[in-house]
Design a binder for this molecule. Sequence first.
Ligand code: NI
Ligand code: MN
Length: 226
Amino acid sequence: MLLTSYGHSCFSVEIKGKIILFDPFITPNELAHNIDIEKVEADYIFVSHGHSDHIADCVSIATRTGATVVCGFEVAEWLKKQGVENTHPMNIGGNWHFEFGKVKSVIAQHSSALPDGSYGGNPMGFLFFLEDENFYYAGDTSLTLDMQLIPRWAELNFCILPIGDNFTMNVDDAIIAADFVKCHVVVGVHYNTFGFIKIDTEKACSAFRAAGKTLLLPEIGQTIEL
Ligand code: NI
Ligand code: MN
């Protein structure tokens, strides 16, 4: 599977010819100036919660592409008020069969409000069950025991975990999270974008290596194969 990084927690994957974009936050990200937002394609946009560093460019990309935005019920209601036509509301624990495969929304321990202060419901992560591989995007979350349920549902090929600390898990907890979900290939997100979440990426990679795991940190704009 090809994964393209757009910085912070924004990335896309291609599944069965469909482009799935996650947590669009590009234009306010000073590190992502190499990305032309008009060229970011999406058939689906998955939004983990309502914080602006996950939703800032959602309305503009959804409006331009006509993508279906998959998110918590409250976030979907808010997006509809902003003029987004295609939304698919979910809530934690629920599954849905999309044209590319099944997705389960799972618990993320965090908070959620929309950029204008509207109630954002509960934040979530997403578990993707695909024909030949499965992956887990944790969203913004602390380490939580709920992650131990994930191997009961799916054998993961890779997972996408926040590693920036302060607002989410740090590297040490992300290593434990990778153990909980029984996955050795981790794409790190939610680091270095702003002051509170600056980390030493070399140290992070060697900590994962020491734990027998691989931490992948694609450059902004880079596509990697997983
Ligand atoms: Ni957040
Ligand atoms: Mn965030």
